[in-house]
Ligand binder design. Structure first.
Ligand SMILES: C[S@@+](CC[C@H](N)C(=O)[O-])C[C@H]1O[C@@H](n2cnc3c(N)ncnc32)[C@H](O)[C@@H]1O
Length: 283
């Protein structure tokens, strides 16, 4: 994901910003809705996930993830990664707790990348990210073992749009073991760098959070991660606009959707360098 260097704040109004010096002024500017057709999964993975130590945002998310995940029940029946892009680090990090994992995205190219990984045809090497996760978990497993275990838990890849109802538009891949229908709600919904990136206005953000929460069972959990105060992010010669998120927007939207916003009720918020991760229980 976009490292803190790549996100641009509205305060950077000077001409000749750092972005231009880095050559980003030549980027094609894209609306949030253009994620569907203009997102290049290979460029994204190479920019942010090639080595976990390369990208600050990724490092922060992976570093704090275990501290968030241990707040979930020991066993979680169903997890949906909402707006996963072409990434699989959340299913991998959840593999010891989750019994059935569903993943999803809005862009067809990302859903293809997810299916390729599940079918062990991925051209991207997740070993570095696995090593990073296993170091934090203090586990002795190899990247191959971690990925094999995770693959065996994958149940479906879904086409989703957090600005439509229903959010789940179709099922694009289903495992042989998936005899039952895709659940309407999940015990855990995780969504990282997605909700504020799916829109450019506060109304859009509120709609995206409402959609994410509508997919959580009563008593279930939202794991949300993202960036505060960014207006764009860029990779592979494209700059995508996004909603400039404030912490107050997060709290207001969670409250409006019956989600915990106090520690006693099951809320934990961690932030560093404007990157945040939270867990919130549906009350
Ligand atoms: C910055 S990427 C994040 C990918 C991944 N979750 C990660 O942590 O790296 C933003 C993702 O949001 C997805 N997205 C954009 N608009 C969306 C929408 N309306 N509904 C669902 N997902 C959307 C994009 O397709 C893209 O994969």
């Amino acid at each position: 994901m976009a490292g803190t260097e790549e996100k641009k704040k509205e305060d950077d109004v000077d001409t000749g910003t750092a972005d231009e010096e880095e050559g980003n002024s030549k980027d094609e500017e894209c609306a949030a809705t253009e994620h569907r057709d203009k997102f290049n999964p290979t460029a994204y993975l190479n920019s942010f996930y090639k080595t976990a130590s390369e990208d600050t945002a990724m490092q922060i998310v992976l570093f704090f993830l275990p501290g968030i995940l241990y707040r979930l029940p020991q066993k979680v029946r169903t997890v949906l990664d909402l707006g996963a892009g072409p990434t699989v680090y959340l299913p991998i990090a959840l593999r010891e707790r989750a019994e059935n994992i569903y993943t999803s995205d809005y862009a067809p190219a990302n859903r293809d990348a997810l299916v390729s990984w599940i079918e062990n045809r991925s051209t991207f090497d997740w070993d570095n990210v696995c090593s990073w996760i296993s170091n934090i978990e203090a586990s002795m497993k190899t990247g191959k073992q971690m990925q094999e275990k995770t693959r065996s838990l994958m149940r479906a890849v879904l086409d989703v749009n957090v600005h439509e109802s229903p959010v789940v538009q179709s099922v694009v891949w289903k495992s042989n073991q998936t005899t039952e229908n895709i659940p309407g709600k999940f015990e855990v919904v995780s969504t990282v760098f997605c909700l504020e990136y799916s829109c450019e206005t506060l109304d859009g953000y509120f709609r995206a959070v409402r959609s994410a929460c509508s997919l959580i069972e009563d008593g279930g959990f939202l794991i949300q991660g993202g960036v505060l105060d960014a207006t764009t992010y860029n990779f592979g010669g494209k700059t995508f606009r996004c909603h400039r998120l404030k912490q107050a927007h997060i709290l207001e939207s969670l409250k409006a959707n019956g989600m915990a916003t106090t520690a006693e009720k099951g809320y934990k918020f961690i932030t560093h360098d404007d990157i945040f991760l939270l867990v919130s229980k549906k009350i």
